[in-house]
Write a protein that binds this ligand. Sequence first.
Ligand SMILES: C[S@@+](CC[C@H](N)C(=O)[O-])C[C@H]1O[C@@H](n2cnc3c(N)ncnc32)[C@H](O)[C@@H]1O
Length: 360
Amino acid sequence: MKPRFLDFFAGSGLVTQGLKRHFAPVWANDICERKRAIYVANHGEGHFSLGSIAGVRGVDLPTADLAWASFPCQDLSLAGKMGGLDAARSGLVWEWLRVLDEMHERPSVLAVENVAGLVSGRGGQDYRLIHQALVDRGYIVGPMLLDAVDWLPQSRPRVFIIAVNAGVNVDDITDWSPNWSHPTSVRNAAKGLDHLVWWRVPKPPTRTSKLSDVVDFRANRDAAAVSAHNVRLIPEHHWNALERLACSGSVVVPGYRRTRNGRQCLELRFDGVAGCLRTPEGGSSKQILVFADPHSVETRFLTTREAAALMGAPKRYKLPGSSNDGYKAMGDGVAVPVVAHLAKHLLKPLALRTMTALQA
Ligand SMILES: C[S@@+](CC[C@H](N)C(=O)[O-])C[C@H]1O[C@@H](n2cnc3c(N)ncnc32)[C@H](O)[C@@H]1O
């Protein structure tokens, strides 16, 4: 029997996709109708509840071994205004805790996910608030920072906080001191906290996939005038680097339109990975791909399918709705192989030992 999980802030279901090999989804919630459409197209609608978490009553939820919460990041992201957990959107984490408090029995394993600003912003205080709130509820707690780039050609560092009922023996899956998943930002935010554990999960094997592996080379490129306009936005040093690369063959590199010193520019990356996918709500535009060879340079936006591949969604993952809906949903999601890695190496072992403890 698989352990059961609740997917809070379930969005388009990428967390469910990453967990479902090891856990059975028994309830999922999100406020967004468009993301719901993607979720139910892939995972069925029987367990999806559409609406604000503010209207969810814990007593109505099914029992579960794990609750996952990827709560909104806008107030924690460095691109946002950094209102932190006091602000309306990221403050929804308190609604999540309220719902857990109302349950007949809280799940024995909890997972919280958010942007790196959760540990690095506001002197780490937002992390410490969540840590203490979980400790107050009888959990031992460990933060980690995992970057999807270790699995996929997308740079996407994210904080994961994993908590389990105190009293469960975790000696074999924790280290005495921080390891590769605990960079300085995590160590600083967690310094001196009680009931802190340093989870130990294996590093994934070296990634072999590159950005060019997810690019659809048949997709239509921009009209010549649009490509030329985009090319004019490329800063000189990036243009020179692109020319050097393209003189020996075809290349594709990603770029973001940004405003620097009041001027729009198209900044490129040359490390073979895409920048972090974001939602247009954060004020950032879609990522652009630049295709260059010795004779020509063309551009186009990243397609929704490419965005899904960069999140590790399987090729068969359905994306109903407009391409903007799909792009937004992917930009807001959690990278599937990172969730699956945590599920296999940490969440499932924790859930199984708490289930066994219950049966004993
Ligand atoms: C970071 S995203 C979660 C992504 C999702 N776990 C996935 O992997 O696709 C945060 C989600 O919170 C949802 N949300 C925002 N306000 C909400 C509210 N009041 N109640 C429930 N969900 C809300 C958003 O629609 C968004 O899908």
